[in-house]
Design a binder for this molecule. Structure first.
Ligand SMILES: [Mg+2]
Ligand SMILES: [Zn+2]
Length: 177
C-alpha cells in the first residue's frame, strides 16, 4: 500500500494569511491537481492533513470547511485524481490539542487508519510544523517551495532528513516517474 500525506494550504492550493474561508477562496496551485492525478494513477492513496484554526477563531464553520473540501475533492477528480481523505485540526494554537501540527496526533491517526508503515510514507508540506510532525512520527518529510515554503527554507532548522522539492508536481514526478 502506497500512501502519501499532503498538507493543504500552500501545497495543493494558494495560501492566504487571511485564511481560506470559503470555497471561492480555495484556488489550486498550478500543477497540483495534475500531480495528485499522477500519484493516484500510480497507485498512491492520497490523504490530506491540515491545520484549520480558522474554525476555532470563528472565521468559518465546519459546514463551510466541508464545502471547501467538497470543491477540492471535485477539482482533484476533474483532473483525474482522487483525494481519499481529509483530516483536519479545527483547534487554536492555545487549545492544547494533540492534533495541531507540529503535534503528531493527526499523522498518527492517518497512519493508524491506513495501517501504514510510517517510514514508507511521504509527508509533503510548506511549513516547519508539517516537517516536524512528519519527522516526529517517522514519515519522510518533503518541503515544497510553494506557499510558505521559501520562507520555511530560509529560516532553516529543518528536520535533518527533510527533502526539498520545487512543488507538488516535482514530488509526484519523482514518486511516479
Ligand atoms: Mg501549509
Ligand atoms: Zn487539534
Amino acid at each position: 500500500m502506497k500512501l502519501i500525506i499532503l498538507d493543504r494550504d500552500g501545497v495543493i492550493n494558494h495560501d492566504s494569511d487571511a485564511y481560506i474561508k470559503s470555497p471561492e477562496e480555495w484556488r489550486p496551485l498550478e500543477g497540483s491537481l495534475e500531480a495528485i492525478a499522477r500519484l493516484t494513477k500510480a497507485g498512491y492513496r492520497v490523504a490530506v492533513a491540515t491545520n484549520q484554526s480558522g474554525v476555532a477563531r470563528g472565521l468559518f464553520d465546519l459546514a463551510t470547511l466541508a464545502a471547501i473540501h467538497a470543491k477540492m475533492h471535485q477539482a482533484a477528480a476533474a483532473a483525474g485524481g482522487r483525494i481519499e481523505s481529509v483530516f483536519f485540526c479545527p483547534h487554536a494554537a492555545d487549545d492544547q490539542c494533540g492534533c495541531r501540527k507540529p503535534k503528531p496526533g493527526m499523522l498518527e491517526e492517518i497512519l493508524r487508519r491506513y495501517g501504514a508503515e510510517a517510514r514508507k510514507v511521504t509527508m509533503v508540506g510548506d511549513s516547519q510544523r508539517d516537517l516536524e510532525a512528519a519527522a516526529a512520527v517517522g514519515c519522510r518529510p518533503v518541503l515544497v517551495l510553494t506557499g510558505k515554503g521559501r520562507d520555511t527554507m530560509r529560516k532553516g532548522g529543518l528536520p535533518p532528513e527533510t527533502l526539498v522539492r520545487v512543488d507538488l508536481a516535482a514530488v509526484a514526478a519523482e514518486l511516479a516517474p
